[in-house]
Each structure stands twice: as C-alpha cells, then as structure tokens.
Design a protein around this ligand. Structure first.
Ligand code: KG4
Ligand code: ZN
Length: 343
C-alpha cells in the first residue's frame, strides 16, 4: 500500500450521488456531487424509488467525472469507502453493491462507513483535530448531539424526539409556499427580516435535557399563518415583509434551541471544541453564532460549506481512517442497513 493511499469515497444514502477521491488522511483530490433536487422538487420531498433509480443512472458519469477531475485512473485507487448505513435502503444498496463489485474487480479493500459518523467528523477535513469534542449533527433527517472522546469513542447525548431541524425548515417553507428544499430559502428571507417580531418558546423535552423537539415550533408557525387574514402575504410570499419577519423569528428560535443545548452540555463536559455539521450547518445565523463563540480555549468548528450536505469526501475521510487503524474490511456477503447505531 502506498504511503499516501488514495481512497475512493461513495455516498448514495439519500438524494445526492456523490463520489470523491482522497489522498492520504484528508487531501481531497475531487468531490463530485450530483444533486437530484430537480427530480424531487415537484413532489416537495425525496421520492425513494426515483432516488434509487437516479443513483443507478448517474453513478458511472459521476465516477468518470471524479476520476477526470483528480487526474487518476481506476487502477490508481488503493481502497474504497462506502456508506453502509443509515439512509434510504434502495439508495444505499446502489452505492454499496457498486463498491463491492469495484473492490472485487480491482482487488482492493472496501470499508463500510456510518454516514452519521462521517457528518460528525466532517469539520476535521478543514480544521485541526481536537478531542474530546461536543458534536452536533443537524440535517434534514437528523438532529443529534454527541460526546466524542476519540475516533472510536462516541456517545450520543440526545436526539430529536420528532422532526429534525432541517425537516422543520422544509415544512415551514412548504406552509409558506416558498419551495423545496426550504432551508436555504427560509435562511435567505430571514436575513431580511426582524427576528423579534414573533416570539416562540423553547420546547421542554420530557425525555431528557439533551433531546430536541421541533414539532411544537412548526405548529406555532402554522398557527400564525392561519391567523393571517391578508391573503396577499401568502400568495406572494417572496415579496412579503411579514413572511421575512416570520422566517427570521422561526430561524432565531430553531438555531438558538441548538445552541442552548450546546451551552448546557459545555457546563458539564470538558470539551476542547464544538463541531457542527450536516445540511443545516450551512445556515447563516448558525455560522454567525459559532464565529462569535469561537475562542482559543474552546474552538467552534463548523463543517466547510462543501462538506455540510451529503458528500463522499467525508465518507472517504472516515474510510481512510478505518483503514489506517486496521479496522474491519467489508466481506462480500455483508449488507447495507436503513438504520444502525453509530459505532
Ligand atoms: O445533510 P443534508 O444535505 O441531507 C440530509 O438530510 O441528510 O441536509 C439537508 C437539509 C434540508 O432539510 C435543508 O433544508 C437544510 O439541510 N438546509 C438548511 C440550509 N441549507 C440546507 N437549513 C437551514 N439553513 C440553510 N442555509
Ligand atoms: Zn447526510
């Protein structure tokens, strides 16, 4: 094996077909992401059956583009890392089977990667490694807080008991007829709004102090929309100051809830850093708050925008570390799973 092995990363867990090439620990040679937003837009969400078919159709093109961007050929790849869980099972199976077949034909090892572990550690692609750290993964499917002592020692402190925070963004956008996916649109409008116009209470979550709940916030937004009697605010939402103020107030409540949990955990745990990742880590308000809190004794490391939403560079990063640590290879009879605990 070369001194700086080249790892091919593959992620087909949801609606992006992504393939990356990584040299050594974290030099990203190429990270190609083919988005399926156009396919799912009309449905207001990801349609699993269409997503798996699109992965199958896109895979070869994305692989060729990735190799050409990196200036490499298939026989220069030393190992493969592929998302094994969690995700939409039909989607996972496309990438997983391709990885096994490629490993077999190229006679190179294949490593199965946990998608959430990849999100959790993705800020390390562009920031120095700091342990122990508090990790927050916020996306359309997940909202969870982790205590991470090392690459192997990861403990989940809490997760959402209902909607993920990205899901709440997408649902609020849908209620306001703003389009899909809603997160970036709500974020853009929120930046032009007054975040004090509407007040929302933080949910009390019975299950525990590190768990999250966003369905009450979503319902409170719905109530305000239902009380709006001026129909032009709803029919032309992109031009409405009322919509901008509602987006800004919702955004403040959603993001501050995340930070309140982080602050609570920091009182009890000796973290050297806070790592924030997943699609919602793209959020402008979240990034501004993190920059404000970042300091010499406690680093706030938010994933680089390129590595926030689903991407194969983060999968390759974890797979390369697993290989370096001599962790288990995938056997040909192994399966992919829609859900699995983080290991
Ligand atoms: O990680 P991701 O690409 O997919 C998974 O859900 O796994 O995250 C997508 C989620 C969507 O819910 C999207 O609305 C949200 O991330 N998102 C944002 C922003 N950009 C994307 N949410 C808030 N503000 C943003 N700027
Ligand atoms: Zn993801």
């Amino acid at each position: 094996m070369a001194n700086f092995p080249v790892t091919l990363g593959i992620d087909t867990s949801c609606d992006e077909t992504s393939i990356a090439l990584l040299k050594g620990e974290k030099e990203v040679l190429a990270n190609v992401i083919s988005s399926q937003i156009k396919i799912h837009q009309d449905f207001g969400g990801v349609v699993p059956e269409l997503a798996s078919r699109a992965h199958l159709e896109n895979f070869d093109l994305v692989l060729k583009e990735c190799l050409s961007k990196a200036g490499l050929s298939l026989d220069q790849i030393d190992q493969i890392a592929v998302t094994q869980s969690p995700g939409l099972i039909g989607c996972l199976l496309v990438g997983f089977n391709f990885a096994k077949a490629l490993g077999l034909s190229q006679k190179i090892p294949v490593f199965g990667v946990h998608h959430l572990k990849a999100h959790l550690l993705s800020p390390q692609l562009t920031h120095p490694k700091e342990y122990p750290f508090l990790g927050l993964v916020v996306s359309g499917g997940h909202t969870a807080l982790y205590w991470v002592e090392s690459f192997e020692e990861i403990k989940m402190l809490g997760s959402t008991v209902d909607d993920a925070v990205g899901e709440a963004y997408d649902k609020v956008a849908k209620m306001l007829n703003l389009g899909y996916p809603g997160g970036p649109i709500v974020d853009r409008l929120a930046q032009q709004g007054d975040n004090n116009r509407f007040e929302f209470k933080e949910a009390f979550v019975k299950k525990g102090k590190y768990h999250f709940s966003f369905s009450g916030l979503k319902t409170a937004v719905r109530r305000i929309i239902n009380q709006q009697t001026d129909s032009k605010e709803i029919t032309n939402p992109q031009e409405s100051q009322w919509v901008r103020d509602l987006c800004a107030s919702f955004q403040k409540a959603a993001i501050e809830t995340l930070f309140n949990k982080i602050k609570r955990a920091l009182k009890e745990l000796p973290a050297k850093a806070v790592l924030i990742s997943g699609g919602v880590a793209m959020n402008s308000y979240l990034r501004a708050l993190s920059a404000k809190l970042d300091g010499p004794d406690l680093k706030f490391q938010v994933a680089h925008p390129q590595y926030c939403t689903d991407n194969a560079a983060m999968i390759a990063y974890i797979g390369a570390a697993q290989a370096q640590k001599g962790q288990k290879l995938l056997d040909l009879d192994q399966n992919a799973y829609a859900s699995a605990a983080l290991w």
